[in-house]
Design a protein around this ligand. Structure first.
Ligand code: XMP
Length: 552
């Protein structure tokens, strides 16, 4: 059983959540085989930098597996991972602070290449006997840097290029055995190296795109210094993941997974299906707020392409009845979340002999949950069940989380590699409560039809215009407002429908998408002609903040 993260279903606390990992499995299940045990790995030690995930992604883009660990991780544990190289991340602290995070100095004596970035550079200098001081002036932004292109770290680069700086402290004397290999006008040590010990450090941020040749620096460290072979590919991942699922589950084990139709749970289901076939049961609760054809597509994919034991719970009437007359957005979310768990638990209870629970957890969930940051706090919306205790007790085998080490773009690559349908792999974010929060006010079957059909038209036209990848999320909203119109000789009094389309990197801040007028004209014309109960279409041109992406 794979349970979708409850965040996706409902952002608010529906019930007293307990992290599933701890609640379900108080006695730790047997050690889960690591699907990446046969690939070379870089260990990235996190000192709390905002760019840590980005560094890990850049390493993986260079086809080398990278695992993030907290700076609190003992050296022995890092060595057990057999890294071919270690990266020390940036971080907000100053090494001169009394409570600054430090590192076991023995890390530099293992014969394993080390790359310190920003704080990681200052820490390396400080730990090995160099001097770190407050700079006369903070260096921030794009800075021209002169590189020693004879160093393996900068091989093949231009002698001068722009690098992104963000630091208040800097190295003024390098430790013994180190020399400066890059400098800027204000900073004599933009990078330093001890080539004999294969220890390198850079003050700038190679991971951000503002550093012109940043990716080259990362690749040089991986290939010229660590001797990586570039064995991190999605096909290697798939082979390893399938083997490790089989090992974890055993020859007869059964797994249950909650399928939401989203990318993560669908790709997890496909992988597990490849590993154990119909010993995987997927439970898909159709609450009736899905987009057009989504349920059919799930049925098609998971009966034909990736055959699993698929249970589709048709709860459409039940949800509609439960939500009748409810117009407060948070009450809608709460009712949908609660009802969803109820339906899901009900199915779980009926299943015999299922001892594993699968989840589509991905790496950002793991990093953000605190298990990497060394904090005991696990974000309540990740890995939460909200499942009743008797249902949780069924899963004595543990959690199966095949995507636990992947970033979202890697999950999509796995989906593509498995030849999953394009629409499923590239599905835009869709809230757990679905279309229910895109109907302002109370929900009826008619209003659902209106919003579903108009959403389908918008998606079709955006795809035809070739803009699917340029706009991060786009949908229609049925406002609760009626306006006067005229159709034929008749006066109408129908709904105003809004189009929302946004561009964003992280959904924390968004801009409204500049959709071409011709496209908007076509969508508007089609909606008023083809969709009942709409006589006016408007376009939402608000950024977030102050607005949110969704209207409710
Ligand atoms: P907002 O509206 O907060 O949306 O700007 C940011 C992103 O979150 C999605 N969203 C939700 N996802 N349950 C979810 O799983 C929800 O209740 C929910 N509300 C918003 C939204 O679609 C956007 O991608």
């Amino acid at each position: 059983l794979l349970l979708i993260s409850h965040e996706k279903l409902c952002r608010i606390e529906v019930m007293a959540y307990v992290p599933l990992r701890t609640a379900c499995f108080s006695s730790q299940p047997k050690e889960v085989p690591h699907p990446m045990q046969n690939v070379q790995r870089i260990v990235l030690v996190d000192f709390g930098a905002q760019y840590t995930q980005l560094i890990a992604r850049r390493v993986r883009e260079a086809k080398v597996f990278c695992e993030v660990v907290s700076y609190l991780t003992p050296l022995s544990e890092i060595l057990e991972k057999k890294p071919v190289g270690i990266i020390l991340s940036g971080g907000p602290a100053s090494v001169l602070d009394a409570d600054a995070p430090h590192i076991d100095p023995a890390i530099y004596e293992q014969g394993i290449p080390v790359l310190g970035i920003c704080y990681g550079m200052q820490l390396t200098a400080y730990t090995l006997g160099g001097t770190v001081e407050r700079a006369a002036q903070r260096e921030y932004g794009r800075v021209p840097v002169d590189f020693d292109v004879n160093s393996p770290l900068f091989a093949g680069m231009k002698a001068q290029s722009v690098a992104w700086m963000s630091h208040t402290f800097h190295v003024t004397h390098a430790p013994e055995g180190f020399t400066s290999i890059a400098h800027s006008e204000n900073c004599a040590f933009c990078a330093m190296a001890n080539p004999e010990k294969r220890i390198y450090a850079v003050q700038f941020h190679p991971e951000v795109t503002h550093s012109e040749e940043g990716q080259k620096v990362i690749a040089n460290f991986l290939y010229n210094v660590c001797g990586c072979t570039g064995d991190w590919t999605m096909s290697t991942f798939i082979d390893n993941a399938i083997a490790s699922i089989r090992e974890q589950v055993g020859p007869n084990g059964r797994v249950m997974l909650g399928l939401s139709g989203g990318v993560d749970s669908s790709v997890a289901a496909a992988l597990i299906s490849r590993a154990i076939g119909e010993r995987l049961t997927c439970v898909y609760v159709d609450h009736g707020f899905m987009r057009k054809n989504e349920t059919e597509s799930v049925r098609e994919v998971f009966t034909k392409q990736f055959p699993v034991n698929l249970v589709i719970v048709d709860a459409r009437d039940r949800f509609l009845t439960k939500l009748a007359g409810v117009s407060d957005p948070e009450t809608k979310r709460k009712l949908i979340g609660g009802e969803f768990v109820y339906c899901f638990a009900d199915e779980a209870k009926k299943l015999e002999g299922v001892e594993f629970l699968a989840q589509g957890t991905i790496y950002p969930d793991v990093i953000e949950s605190g298990s990497v940051k060394g904090s005991a706090v696990i974000k309540s919306h990740h890995n939460v069940g909200g499942l009743p205790a008797d249902v949780r007790a069924k899963f004595t085998g543990g959690l199966v989380e095949p995507l636990r080490m992947l970033f979202k773009d890697e999950v999509r690559k796995v989906g593509e590699e498995l030849s999953m349908p394009h629409d499923m792999v590239w599905r835009q974010p869709f809230p757990g409560p679905g279309l229910a929060i895109r109907i302002m006010g109370d929900i009826t079957a008619d209003k659902l039809e209106t919003v579903r059909e108009s959403d389908a038209i918008l998606r079709e036209e955006v795809a035809l215009a070739g803009l699917e990848r340029d706009v991060n999320q786009y949908f229609t909203v049925l406002t609760n407002t009626r306006t006067v119109g005229v159709m034929g000789d008749e006066r109408t009094h129908d709904f105003v429908l809004a189009i929302r389309a946004v561009t964003t990197d992280d959904f924390m801040t968004v801009d409204w998408a500049r959709l071409p007028y011709d496209l908007l004209a076509k969508v508007s014309a089609r909606i008023v002609n083809e969709v009942p109960r709409v006589n006016r279409v408007v376009y939402d041109i608000t950024t977030k903040p102050p607005a949110t992406v969704e209207w409710e």
